[in-house]
Structures are given as C-alpha cells and as structure tokens.
Design a protein around this ligand. Structure first.
Ligand code: FES
Length: 101
C-alpha cells in the first residue's frame, strides 16, 4: 500500500524522523537530500532506530549500538545480526511516499 509518510521538509538534513502509520513505527532518514525509510525496530532487542545517531548512511541503535545502512537495512555493526526492512521512498510534491505492508 502506497502511503504518504511525512513532509520532506520536516525531516532534518542529515537527520532522522519518527513516523507512525496504522499503528506501526518507521524511521525516516535524510542523507544528501535523499530520503530513506526503515522499520523502526532494531533486530537486536527492539531499540528505536529513529532515535539513533546518524553518520553518513549509517544509523546506530540508541540501545546497544548496532549499526545499519539506511539505504538497505543491512547490518554493518553488531550486536544485531539480521537486517531491518528497508522501504524505497519517493518524494512527490514535497511529500515522502513509500510502499508499506
Ligand atoms: S536493541 Fe538495537 S542494538 Fe540492541
């Protein structure tokens, strides 16, 4: 289902934003003007990735430090072992859209 997640301008440059759609939380990231969307829940023990620290394309979970590539959701640093789901986004008329389950 294609869903509007946020106004693109509401996501800080090189920063993060937490959004909730139909009771499920997602983490948005803006890097180099592009917007990326991941499931908000860290695959280690469920930390909120939208509250993590972003460095380039890598977000660090605020709970135990797992690192994920925001472009793909792949783990780039432990203790998490499994990727988080990444959702391709588009920006149209200033709004961020993604296909969500
Ligand atoms: S919950 Fe994210 S690193 Fe542990």
């Amino acid at each position: 289902m294609r869903v509007g997640l946020a106004a693109a301008e509401d996501i800080p440059a090189e920063g993060t934003k937490c959004v909730e759609v139909h009771g499920r939380k997602y983490a948005l990231f803006k890097v180099g003007g592009q917007v990326y969307c991941l499931d908000n829940t860290c695959t280690h023990l469920g930390g909120p990735l939208c509250e993590g620290r972003l460095a380039g394309f890598v977000v660090q979970c605020p709970w135990h430090g797992s690192r994920f590539d925001v472009r793909t959701g792949q783990v780039v640093g432990p203790p998490a072992r499994s990727a988080v789901h990444a959702y391709p986004t588009t920006v149209e008329a200033g709004k961020v859209w993604a296909d969500l389950p």
